[in-house]
Ligand binder design. Structure first.
Ligand code: GRF
Length: 206
Protein backbone atom coordinates (compact mmCIF):
# COMPACT_ATOMS: atom_id res chain seq x y z
CA UNK A 1 0.00 0.00 0.00
CA UNK A 2 1.34 3.40 -0.88
CA UNK A 3 -0.23 6.79 -1.55
CA UNK A 4 -3.82 7.63 -0.69
CA UNK A 5 -5.45 4.78 1.24
CA UNK A 6 -8.45 3.31 -0.58
CA UNK A 7 -11.16 2.45 1.93
CA UNK A 8 -14.24 0.28 1.54
CA UNK A 9 -16.89 0.74 4.26
CA UNK A 10 -19.42 -1.93 5.24
CA UNK A 11 -22.32 -0.79 7.40
CA UNK A 12 -25.90 -1.61 8.34
CA UNK A 13 -26.99 1.48 10.26
CA UNK A 14 -27.02 5.24 10.28
CA UNK A 15 -23.44 5.63 9.09
CA UNK A 16 -22.23 8.25 11.56
CA UNK A 17 -18.82 6.57 11.74
CA UNK A 18 -18.51 6.50 7.97
CA UNK A 19 -19.45 10.18 8.07
CA UNK A 20 -16.68 10.97 10.58
CA UNK A 21 -14.13 9.28 8.30
CA UNK A 22 -15.39 11.15 5.24
CA UNK A 23 -15.37 14.41 7.21
CA UNK A 24 -11.72 13.84 8.17
CA UNK A 25 -10.87 13.15 4.52
CA UNK A 26 -12.69 16.28 3.34
CA UNK A 27 -10.99 18.35 6.05
CA UNK A 28 -7.61 17.15 4.78
CA UNK A 29 -6.65 15.41 8.03
CA UNK A 30 -6.79 11.86 6.62
CA UNK A 31 -4.98 10.87 3.44
CA UNK A 32 -7.56 8.38 2.23
CA UNK A 33 -10.51 7.98 -0.10
CA UNK A 34 -13.72 6.04 0.50
CA UNK A 35 -14.00 4.21 -2.82
CA UNK A 36 -16.93 1.99 -1.85
CA UNK A 37 -19.75 1.94 0.69
CA UNK A 38 -21.70 -1.29 0.95
CA UNK A 39 -24.74 -2.10 3.07
CA UNK A 40 -26.66 -5.29 3.72
CA UNK A 41 -29.76 -3.18 4.50
CA UNK A 42 -31.44 -1.65 1.42
CA UNK A 43 -32.63 1.58 3.06
CA UNK A 44 -29.78 2.07 5.55
CA UNK A 45 -28.87 5.62 6.50
CA UNK A 46 -25.25 4.90 5.62
CA UNK A 47 -26.19 4.61 1.93
CA UNK A 48 -28.06 7.93 1.96
CA UNK A 49 -25.16 9.66 3.70
CA UNK A 50 -22.69 8.17 1.21
CA UNK A 51 -24.76 9.40 -1.72
CA UNK A 52 -24.92 12.90 -0.23
CA UNK A 53 -21.11 12.94 -0.36
CA UNK A 54 -21.06 11.59 -3.92
CA UNK A 55 -19.57 8.29 -2.82
CA UNK A 56 -20.01 4.96 -4.58
CA UNK A 57 -22.77 3.28 -2.53
CA UNK A 58 -24.45 -0.08 -3.02
CA UNK A 59 -26.82 -2.49 -1.34
CA UNK A 60 -25.58 -6.06 -1.65
CA UNK A 61 -28.09 -8.80 -0.93
CA UNK A 62 -26.74 -10.94 1.94
CA UNK A 63 -29.26 -13.78 1.40
CA UNK A 64 -29.69 -16.51 2.52
CA UNK A 65 -27.83 -15.76 5.77
CA UNK A 66 -29.22 -13.75 8.68
CA UNK A 67 -26.17 -12.98 10.82
CA UNK A 68 -23.09 -13.58 8.69
CA UNK A 69 -21.56 -12.60 5.37
CA UNK A 70 -20.77 -15.90 3.76
CA UNK A 71 -20.99 -18.03 0.62
CA UNK A 72 -22.14 -16.29 -2.54
CA UNK A 73 -22.88 -13.05 -0.69
CA UNK A 74 -19.32 -12.94 0.61
CA UNK A 75 -17.91 -13.69 -2.85
CA UNK A 76 -20.06 -10.93 -4.38
CA UNK A 77 -18.91 -8.46 -1.75
CA UNK A 78 -15.22 -9.33 -2.22
CA UNK A 79 -15.54 -8.95 -6.00
CA UNK A 80 -17.37 -5.63 -5.56
CA UNK A 81 -14.64 -4.28 -3.28
CA UNK A 82 -11.85 -5.59 -5.52
CA UNK A 83 -13.32 -3.91 -8.59
CA UNK A 84 -13.10 -0.58 -6.76
CA UNK A 85 -9.51 -1.14 -5.68
CA UNK A 86 -10.28 -1.33 -1.95
CA UNK A 87 -7.16 -1.75 0.20
CA UNK A 88 -8.68 -1.54 3.67
CA UNK A 89 -12.14 -2.72 4.74
CA UNK A 90 -13.75 -0.65 7.48
CA UNK A 91 -16.67 -2.19 9.35
CA UNK A 92 -18.79 0.68 10.64
CA UNK A 93 -21.90 -0.64 12.34
CA UNK A 94 -21.94 -3.74 10.12
CA UNK A 95 -24.29 -6.15 11.91
CA UNK A 96 -22.91 -9.36 10.43
CA UNK A 97 -20.02 -11.63 11.22
CA UNK A 98 -17.40 -11.56 8.49
CA UNK A 99 -15.93 -14.92 7.61
CA UNK A 100 -12.45 -16.23 6.73
CA UNK A 101 -12.93 -15.66 2.98
CA UNK A 102 -13.02 -11.87 3.34
CA UNK A 103 -10.35 -11.87 6.04
CA UNK A 104 -8.01 -13.92 3.85
CA UNK A 105 -8.51 -11.53 0.95
CA UNK A 106 -7.66 -8.52 3.17
CA UNK A 107 -5.17 -9.86 5.73
CA UNK A 108 -4.70 -7.46 8.68
CA UNK A 109 -6.69 -4.97 6.66
CA UNK A 110 -10.22 -5.38 8.05
CA UNK A 111 -10.98 -2.97 10.90
CA UNK A 112 -13.97 -2.72 13.22
CA UNK A 113 -15.19 -0.30 15.86
CA UNK A 114 -16.88 -1.71 18.91
CA UNK A 115 -18.76 0.43 21.47
CA UNK A 116 -17.02 -0.97 24.57
CA UNK A 117 -13.59 -1.28 26.11
CA UNK A 118 -12.73 -4.76 24.85
CA UNK A 119 -12.39 -7.48 25.98
CA UNK A 120 -15.35 -6.43 28.17
CA UNK A 121 -18.83 -6.48 26.66
CA UNK A 122 -18.50 -8.14 23.26
CA UNK A 123 -21.53 -8.57 21.03
CA UNK A 124 -24.75 -6.61 20.71
CA UNK A 125 -25.60 -3.27 22.42
CA UNK A 126 -22.37 -3.22 24.40
CA UNK A 127 -23.16 0.19 25.93
CA UNK A 128 -26.30 -1.28 27.49
CA UNK A 129 -24.29 -4.24 28.78
CA UNK A 130 -21.82 -1.83 30.46
CA UNK A 131 -24.65 0.15 32.06
CA UNK A 132 -26.48 -2.97 33.28
CA UNK A 133 -23.24 -4.37 34.68
CA UNK A 134 -22.63 -1.23 36.70
CA UNK A 135 -19.34 -0.35 35.02
CA UNK A 136 -18.00 3.12 35.87
CA UNK A 137 -16.05 3.42 32.62
CA UNK A 138 -17.25 2.66 29.12
CA UNK A 139 -15.79 3.52 25.74
CA UNK A 140 -14.91 2.27 22.31
CA UNK A 141 -12.29 0.08 20.70
CA UNK A 142 -10.91 0.10 17.16
CA UNK A 143 -9.45 -3.29 16.35
CA UNK A 144 -8.37 -5.55 13.55
CA UNK A 145 -10.93 -8.23 12.78
CA UNK A 146 -10.05 -11.86 13.25
CA UNK A 147 -12.13 -15.03 13.07
CA UNK A 148 -13.75 -14.40 16.49
CA UNK A 149 -16.40 -11.89 17.48
CA UNK A 150 -14.82 -8.63 18.72
CA UNK A 151 -11.59 -10.49 19.55
CA UNK A 152 -8.99 -9.12 17.11
CA UNK A 153 -5.84 -7.15 18.01
CA UNK A 154 -6.63 -3.74 19.50
CA UNK A 155 -5.45 -0.61 17.67
CA UNK A 156 -6.76 2.03 20.06
CA UNK A 157 -9.35 2.67 22.73
CA UNK A 158 -11.11 5.72 24.12
CA UNK A 159 -12.80 5.74 27.54
CA UNK A 160 -15.78 7.76 28.77
CA UNK A 161 -17.33 7.90 32.25
CA UNK A 162 -20.65 6.25 33.00
CA UNK A 163 -22.72 8.93 34.77
CA UNK A 164 -25.24 8.41 37.56
CA UNK A 165 -28.25 9.40 35.48
CA UNK A 166 -27.18 7.72 32.23
CA UNK A 167 -29.68 5.93 30.05
CA UNK A 168 -28.54 3.47 27.38
CA UNK A 169 -29.11 6.24 24.84
CA UNK A 170 -27.13 8.94 26.66
CA UNK A 171 -24.22 6.57 27.25
CA UNK A 172 -24.22 5.41 23.65
CA UNK A 173 -24.20 9.03 22.47
CA UNK A 174 -21.18 9.80 24.69
CA UNK A 175 -19.37 6.74 23.36
CA UNK A 176 -20.17 7.72 19.79
CA UNK A 177 -18.53 11.13 20.14
CA UNK A 178 -15.33 9.22 20.95
CA UNK A 179 -15.89 6.75 18.11
CA UNK A 180 -16.02 9.65 15.68
CA UNK A 181 -12.50 10.67 16.70
CA UNK A 182 -11.07 7.19 17.22
CA UNK A 183 -11.88 5.72 13.81
CA UNK A 184 -10.30 8.54 11.76
CA UNK A 185 -7.30 8.45 14.12
CA UNK A 186 -6.83 4.69 13.63
CA UNK A 187 -7.06 5.15 9.87
CA UNK A 188 -4.51 7.97 9.97
CA UNK A 189 -2.09 5.52 11.61
CA UNK A 190 -2.96 2.88 9.03
CA UNK A 191 -2.56 5.30 6.10
CA UNK A 192 0.82 6.37 7.44
CA UNK A 193 1.94 2.72 7.62
CA UNK A 194 2.40 3.04 11.39
CA UNK A 195 0.49 -0.08 12.49
CA UNK A 196 2.29 -3.39 12.87
CA UNK A 197 0.45 -6.48 14.11
CA UNK A 198 2.65 -8.63 16.32
CA UNK A 199 0.56 -11.53 17.57
CA UNK A 200 -2.16 -10.06 19.78
CA UNK A 201 -0.44 -6.71 20.04
CA UNK A 202 -0.55 -3.85 17.60
CA UNK A 203 2.62 -1.84 17.72
CA UNK A 204 2.24 1.84 16.80
CA UNK A 205 5.42 2.85 15.02
CA UNK A 206 6.84 6.35 15.58
C1 GRF B 1 -21.51 2.17 16.57
O1 GRF B 1 -21.89 2.43 17.89
C2 GRF B 1 -20.47 1.13 16.48
O2 GRF B 1 -19.62 1.09 17.58
C3 GRF B 1 -21.26 -0.15 16.43
O3 GRF B 1 -22.39 0.18 15.67
C4 GRF B 1 -22.67 1.58 15.77
C5 GRF B 1 -22.73 2.13 14.37
O4 GRF B 1 -23.19 3.44 14.32
N1 GRF B 1 -20.45 -1.22 15.89
P1 GRF B 1 -23.15 4.26 12.95
O5 GRF B 1 -23.94 3.48 11.91
O6 GRF B 1 -21.71 4.43 12.54
O7 GRF B 1 -23.80 5.56 13.28
Amino acid sequence: MSGTLKIGVLGSGSGSNMQSIQDAIEAGSLDARIVSVVSDVPDAGILRRAERHGLDAAYLDPAPFKTKLDGEAEARTIAHLERRGVEVVVLAGFMRIVKPGLLARFPDRVLNIHPALLPAFTGIAAWRQALDYGAKLAGCTVHFVDAGTDTGPIILQRAVPVLEDDTPESLHARIQTQEHEAYPEALRLMAAGRLRVEGRRVRILP
